[in-house]
Ligand binder design. Structure first.
Ligand code: ME8
Length: 516
């Protein structure tokens, strides 16, 4: 029986158009979802938009729109981008959906029934940009004597009646959770950071607001809306039909991975498991806090004028190139920097000149010299077997073991070494010379290469789905065989048929403006 697998991204604030960081996270989650599907698992992959809160309300006011109109417009930009990026989500959630209000009210009532919510007065610092409360001791000095959050965002003094969640009660349970499940918070550096924070003591958390009304209403208290993070985190349950005892809840909860950025690790590894424990719902298996994407080493911001529209990157370089670059160039848990030159350099070296060139030279040779089909009957020699073994190891062991841990760049490195080995084998075996001297041996060499290309393509298909389909079409690989179970089957391959391929990865020109 296939094991279910549930992966989520953070839900994005649609207070503006999506940026490259949103694309990065969602591409990584998509690669993981596709990778698990190829292993035969039944996958649920959810992404979407986080539409409530003061940040949305204020932005809408600035633009003279209703928050709903702003959310409708911006959420569609996110969805369009994800469609363009080939994101294979199963559920695109919007927190303004009725079912989500119902789920959020249900978890609230479960926490209340457990005695974990009480009414009091909140007095303290709030950052609208982070939608987060901060303790005085966490603040840093800004310009002109102003106070800033540890993330460098403005904070304001807030006083209002508020419901509180008894977070302090969960300190020991949370520490036990982290100790008993070392993989609950990944990577390790984030785990240490969260453990230090929780060991320092937890204060009860303000979980409702009365100064605005753009949110989920607190049950029985129409003048309070829930703190946006309470409803936002609940999205992961809404998508499975909570509070109903649905088949999806039984199958997919607890989630296998919440994939999020490092800035929101505290919400996911402290508040969220505490809410769930309070509501008597199992906690997720893992929260992975990835690094931030920087533009030439700098955070993108309007004031620096370096904000890149992900649509432009796709138009300029292609979807597969962008997906490959983002996962290949740097370690997923750490910050990484991108530039047009780096994308072109990486893509040309690895996708165009190595992998694309391998596919093109082998397939077009077969199309030209074998009329597109042949059967190899000459014996398999040691060099053939060595190559098959290396490719097999990369595709069946190294890449999957690394991807399972979200170490995408390591997995792709092992894959690339196998591509290099194939190109070296083509040069050594020189099928163009064998065509005259030993045509039967030539067929064996070509069959070996076709098996290798098929396996390399299936293995990398979660990362470059469009190109992989094109290459597997050219290799006449049936749809049912495009999965990990088909890897390294039948090295002789029987009759091989090949359609004339079109290059999957054209060489990219260095953008002119970047050359100076
Ligand atoms: O935080 N590089 O939404 P958001 C990589 N609505 N990732 C980045 C990034 C960058 N430069 N900038 C942002 C929120 N991200 C909440 C989440 S979940 C219940 C609610 C990541 O639109 C960020 O870390 O500000 C987060 O995981 C995601 O993009 C959405 O950020």
């Amino acid at each position: 029986m296939s094991e279910p697998f549930y992966i989520t991204t953070a839900i994005h604030y649609p207070n503006g158009k999506p940026h490259i960081g949103h694309a990065y996270e969602t591409i990584a989650a998509d690669v993981m979802a596709r990778f698990q599907r190829l292993q035969g698992r039944e996958v649920r992959f959810q992404t979407g938009t986080d539409e409530h809160g003061l940040k949305m309300a204020q932005k809408a006011r600035d633009l003279d729109l209703t928050p709903r109109a702003l959310a409708d417009e911006m959420s569609s930009h996110f969805k369009n981008l994800f469609d363009k990026l080939n994101i294979s989500y199963d559920r695109y959630i919007r927190t303004t959906e009725d079912v989500h209000h119902r789920a959020s009210q249900a978890i609230w009532q479960a926490m209340e029934a457990n005695g974990d919510l009480y009414l009091d007065r909140y007095e303290g610092w709030y950052s609208i940009r982070d939608e987060a409360y901060y303790d005085q001791s966490e603040l840093v000095d800004g310009e002109g004597g102003s106070k800033l959050s540890p993330q460098g965002t403005p904070v304001e003094w807030t006083v209002e009646e508020s419901w509180f969640f008894r977070l302090s009660k969960y300190q020991d349970k949370l520490l036990a959770l982290y100790n008993d499940n070392p993989d609950f918070i990944r990577p390790e550096s984030r785990r240490n950071e969260v453990m230090r924070f929780v060991e320092g003591g937890l204060r009860d958390l303000s979980v409702s607001r009365t100064s605005f009304d753009w949110g989920v209403k607190v049950p029985g208290q129409n003048d309070h809306v829930m703190y946006v993070w309470v409803d936002a985190l609940t999205n992961y349950l809404t998508g499975l039909g909570y509070p109903d005892k649905t088949d999806d809840m039984a199958k997919f909860w607890p989630a296998d991975i919440h994939l999020i950025g490092k800035d929101i690790i505290r919400f996911h590894t402290v508040y969220w498991p505490a809410f769930l424990m309070s509501a008597d719902i199992p906690v997720p298996k893992q929260v992975f806090g990835h690094g931030f994407l920087l533009n030439r080493g700098q955070k993108e911001s309007k004031s620096l004028g370096n904000v890149t529209d992900p649509h432009d990157l796709v138009d300029q370089f292609g979807v597969d190139v962008l997906r490959y670059f983002l996962l290949r160039e740097f370690a997923f848990g750490q910050d990484g920097s991108y530039s047009a030159e780096a994308i072109v350099t990486r893509s040309n070296a690895e996708l165009a000149n190595s992998y694309g060139n391998l596919v093109q030279r082998v397939l077009s040779f077969i199309a030209k010299n074998c009329d597109g089909s042949f059967t190899a009957s000459a014996p398999v020699l040691e060099a053939d077997q060595l190559l098959r073994d290396q490719v097999n190891k990369a595709c069946r062991e190294e890449l999957p073991a690394a991807f399972e841990k979200l170490s995408f760049s390591l997995g792709l490195e092992a894959w690339m070494q196998a591509v290099f080995a194939c190109n070296a084998y083509v040069d050594e075996q020189a099928p163009w010379a064998l065509r005259k001297t030993d045509p039967e041996r030539m067929k064996r060499v070509l069959a070996t290469l076709c098996g290798c290309i098929r396996d390399l393509t299936i293995a990398v298909s979660p990362v470059v789905p469009e190109a992989s389909d094109k290459i597997l079409d050219a290799l006449c690989v049936a749809g049912d065989d495009r999965n990990y179970a088909a890897l390294n089957t039948d090295p002789a391959l029987g009759e091989i048929r090949v359609d004339s391929p079109t290059p999957a990865f054209p060489r990219l020109e260095m953008p002119k403006t970047e050359q100076a």
